[in-house]
Design a binder for this molecule. Structure first.
Ligand code: NAP
Length: 262
């Protein structure tokens, strides 16, 4: 099975990196030539868009949503003739829109990854149209295992999931940096502050994943009555932290929906 990646930036590159652990039968393309270095590093090939459309069985579409239509237009005739499986990761674009831009009825998988996919810690939701056979889907899922969690989800919920896990690493990095800034303000050296903040986030998340204890109960176990942690929690609540986190996901969701209106 030959895989192709049209566009190989932050997200396409992350998926190609993980997939290359399953197979080296991968070709990537872009406009600037930057992906050639990644291809060399991963031991895969660097082709152009037309060669990928003509020579791959599974073609990942990894350009920005507003570029998808123009990128697919010159490939329409070869796609209509060969009918490879297209895999889109574009925020907001539906399976139907991808078929429309490709100019033919053909098998399409829609996936919503996040950047930790590059290190096998990704969260990926996926759905597909009825032209993707069960056999092909299972083979794709097997090869995608090094990416992390792959979870099937109805298409109508993909934009919402994308607002949480697709964009989520960015929210986490803002929180991580802000926590570290607070520790630096209290006198901890920057490098140590970053390490402590990151390990604390990872450890707390891992504890939830292993126990599935409600986060409120896990928080209560850290907050002694009249203690210092509950004073910190009060500061978070006074600054509207929970509402800010909810608004963050909902604003991203709204923007995903706007991106799909093209
Ligand atoms: N970043 C994320 O965390 C994330 C998460 C979930 C989903 N996504 C989705 O992933 C897709 C890619 O996002 P990204 O963050 O990876 O963007 P990016 O870093 O800007 O990468 C875009 C890639 O597309 C290439 N490209 C643009 N037009 C092209 C064309 N006509 N032919 C071939 N290659 C072309 C660019 O090549 P040049 O550099 O050579 O121009 C670049 O390699 C988007 O649809 C986005 O919605 C991203």
């Amino acid at each position: 099975m030959k895989y192709g990646f049209i566009g190989c930036g932050n997200m396409g590159g992350a998926v190609a990196r993980a997939l290359s652990q399953s197979t080296k039968d991968i070709a990537v393309s872009d406009r600037s030539g930057k992906a050639a270095a990644l291809a060399t590093e991963l031991g895969i090939q660097y082709w152009d868009n037309a060669a990928i459309a003509a020579g791959c069985e599974i073609v990942f579409l990894c350009v920005k949503p507003h570029m998808m239509k123009d990128m697919l237009q010159p490939l329409q005739s070869v796609l209509a003739q060969r009918k490879p499986i297209l895999v889109t990761m574009a925020a907001g674009l539906t399976l139907g829109q991808i078929e429309k831009f490709a100019g033919a009825r053909l098998p399409v998988i829609r996936m919503m990854p996040n950047t930790p996919t590059a290190i096998g810690k990704g969260v990926i939701q996926y759905c597909c149209n009825e032209l993707v056979s069960q056999e092909a889907l299972q083979a794709w899922l097997r090869d995608m295992q090094p990416c992390g969690l792959l979870d099937p989800l109805e298409e109508r919920l993909i934009d919402a999931a994308s607002a949480l896990s697709g964009s989520g690493p960015a929210y986490m990095y803002v929180f991580l940096e802000a926590l570290a800034d607070g520790a630096v303000a209290c006198g901890i050296p920057r490098a140590k502050a970053m390490e402590y903040a990151a390990m604390t986030m990872a450890g707390a998340a891992e504890m939830y994943l292993q126990t599935h204890t409600h986060p409120g109960a896990l928080k209560d176990a850290v907050c002694s009555p009249g203690g210092s942690t509950i004073a910190g929690i009060r500061a978070l609540e006074q600054h509207g932290f929970r509402a800010a986190a909810m608004d963050c996901v909902m604003a991203t969701f709204e923007r995903n929906r706007e991106l799909g209106k093209q």
